[in-house]
Design a protein around this ligand. Structure first.
Ligand SMILES: [Zn+2]
Length: 137
């Protein structure tokens, strides 16, 4: 299954970019069917990032937090089910990125002072255009 490390989801995003090393180990221990569900979800997150961020700003887009398996007491987060990513765009101010996404993106956008959160909740029956601001940790 080492080929998964090289799985490209879109023109500019690879599957492994959505995992830190500990989360990747957890991912690889899952049954294949569960891994496939996550790959499909993360593929949709990657497609949203590709269309609305990477292709628009034409700058390297760095995922700072992607898949995060749920630990007890973690609450709910679209990161737990592979439906979200936090990211930065190299050379573009986070406010510029957030202003654009707040305007046009149909899913969830969280505006933080050091990153932007994007999720695909609208594809799973959640209310569209969720918006919030917060402080980055
Ligand atoms: Zn997030």
């Amino acid at each position: 299954m080492t080929y998964l490390k090289d799985l490209k989801l879109t023109d500019n995003f690879w599957l492994h970019e959505f995992f830190d090393s500990a989360e990747w180990v957890r991912f690889m221990k899952l049954p294949e069917e569960q891994r496939l569900f996550l790959i499909i979800s993360l593929g949709q997150v990657a497609a949203a990032l590709q269309e609305h961020v990477r292709d628009y700003f034409r700058k390297k887009t760095i995922i700072t937090d992607g898949m995060r398996f749920k630990a007890s007491g973690d609450g709910t987060s679209f990161h737990h089910s592979g439906k979200a990513a936090d990211f930065k765009v190299e050379g573009v101010h986070h406010r510029t990125v957030q202003d654009r996404l707040n305007l046009i993106y149909p899913g969830g956008i969280g505006s933080y002072n050091a990153h932007t959160h994007l999720d695909i909740r609208h594809l799973f029956g959640w209310p569209v255009r969720a918006r919030w601001t917060g402080k980055s940790q």
